[in-house]
Design a protein around this ligand. Structure first.
Ligand code: PLP
Length: 476
């Protein structure tokens, strides 16, 4: 495969957008007059997919491909293919969708100790991804607040490390965000700040298990106490960690309790399409009770098209993804999840050991499966630049500049930890005497000062242009 898209630098692909394939395959600027043969289409699809898979299969790409095993994906695709043409909104045609969905929820509740909720009222819903789960939970809390009060100027208190999906939800549902700082030493949310900012407008507190930037877990036990004391909701974002931390606890790692065993936790999100090892496009949102869940339902009774009901933000949903998610969970079982988690935790701690062996590098907080590090001696993006040259793709953080590795299946392959250790040593040497003053990879992530409005505006425009390029045809 010679297309320029699948180099070792994932970021370049984003900038390239559809242009990456223009020369090789041409561009469909309008619907083709005649349909093309299936085998030709499949050949083209395979060429692109194979070339793009090569990149992460090296084990040098942080996060994103959680199971990273083509046999597993093949099995899930087979499961999905039986139902991908069926709409989960039309349950009379597909009672199997109800079976998949209710069992996915039950298995996730089992992992999150739903049985600890008095009266057995814990429940949930399957959504289309982490953002969907978070938006659903925020909406559900807003609706509950509206049922209880006429007040509309409501707020939620959000650790600055919380995923932007919460901000998106606040933007869509008319909620003001109070950003809560973190303790820079632990990277956990400052609970005293949260306590001091709860007032009659507060409807929701948020904590992550773990957060995306640093993989660290907020003090959910203390947030839970606060939530009970002040009568507000508490959402635990386990989108990233929800399907791996429970297995870490079972394996004896020091994982604090963050689930329904804590009485103040009112909802939890956990992504089946991350460490649940399902296909992309599903997540689970869990609620302490059905009254709260009802807030994400939508009913329209007067529509000429018939009485309409949808359980969440989406309308039509493919049963195929439910089938694949269910197949992933029941094919692995507790034993399979434990085994995969063991390999991931061991790999992550081995990589962390390599980072800690360099006095110039500093770990952000006390992480587990996903870790982030910075440097007080040089700009960490110099390390990132060098590692990119060796085919590594980390995720970049800002304020302060840091880089993270979210350890997944592909990193557990033999030789990856060793390569990381060797490359990191050379990268640290390079960072002491970099070939350029300003790191190439820090230009967007970390290099924009917060106090220069034009720079912020420039960054926003650049990001919008990137998104446009992902959706628009390349120029003629
Ligand atoms: C902690 C956390 N929450 C939420 C999300 C959002 O998930 P999604 O991208 O599936 O919408 C992510 C994604 O990485 C995440 O890491």
């Amino acid at each position: 495969m010679t297309a320029k898209t699948a180099g070792t630098d994932g970021t370049a692909n984003v900038f390239a957008g559809a242009r990456a394939y223009r020369e090789r395959y041409g561009v469909n600027r309008r619907m083709p007059d005649k349909g093309r043969p299936h085998d030709e289409i499949m050949r083209e699809l395979r060429e692109m997919a194979d070339a793009e898979d090569v990149f992460w299969q090296t084990g040098r790409c942080s996060g994103s491909l959680y199971r990273g095993n083509m046999e597993h994906y093949g099995f899930l695709n087979e499961a999905a293919s039986l139902y991908s043409h069926v709409n989960a909104l039309q349950r009379d045609i597909c009672p199997s969708a109800s079976r998949f969905e209710s069992e996915i929820i039950a298995m996730t509740l089992d992992m999150m100790h739903g049985d600890a909720v008095p009266g057995g009222t814990a429940c949930g819903a399957v959504t289309q991804g982490g953002t969907d789960s978070i938006m659903s939970a925020v909406l559900a809390h807003r609706e509950r607040a509206r049922r209880r009060s006429t007040r509309r100027d409501v707020t939620m208190i959000l650790p600055v490390t919380a995923h932007p999906a919460f901000e998106k939800a606040a933007h869509l549902f008319g909620i003001d965000v109070i950003p809560a700082p973190i303790d820079p030493r632990t990277t956990q949310v400052d609970v005293d700040f949260v306590r001091a900012h709860i007032d009659e407008r507060t409807i929701l507190l948020v904590g992550s298990a773990g957060n995306y930037p640093y993989g660290t877990i907020d003090p959910i036990d203390r947030l839970s106490e606060l939530a009970i004391e002040r009568g507000v909701g508490l959402h635990v974002d386990g989108c990233l960690g929800g399907f791996i931390l429970p297995w870490g606890e079972a394996l004896g790692y020091e994982i604090p309790v963050f689930d329904f065993r804590l009485p103040g936790v009112s909802s939890i999100s956990a992504d089946t399409h991350k460490y649940g090892y399902g296909l992309k496009g599903t997540s689970v949102v869990l609620y302490r009770d059905k009254d709260l869940r009802e807030g994400q339902y939508f009913v329209s009774e007067m529509w000429p098209g018939g009485k309409y009901f949808s359980p969440g933000l989406a309308g039509s949903r493919p049963v195929g993804l439910l089938a694949a998610t269910w197949a992933s969970m029941v094919s692995l079982g507790r034993e399979g999840y434990l085994e995969l988690a063991r390999a991931i935790f061991e790999t992550s701690f081995a990589m962390q050991k390599a980072v800690r062996s360099h006095a110039e590098l500093r770990m952000m907080g006390v992480p587990t499966f996903c870790f982030s590090f910075t440097s007080d001696a040089f700009d960490i993006y110099h390390v990132n630049d060098f590692m990119r040259g060796r085919g590594w793709r980390f995720n970049g953080q800002q304020y302060p500049n840091a880089i993270h590795m979210c350890v997944t299946g592909p990193q557990t392959q033999p030789g990856v930890v060793e390569a990381f250790t060797t490359d990191l040593r050379e990268a640290v040497d390079y960072a002491h005497h970099p070939s350029r003053e300003t790191p190439a990879s820090g230009a967007i992530y970390g290099g924009i000062p917060t106090d220069v409005p034009e720079a912020q505006q420039f960054l926003r425009r650049t990001l919008i242009e990137i998104i446009d390029r992902m959706h628009d045809l390349p120029p003629e």
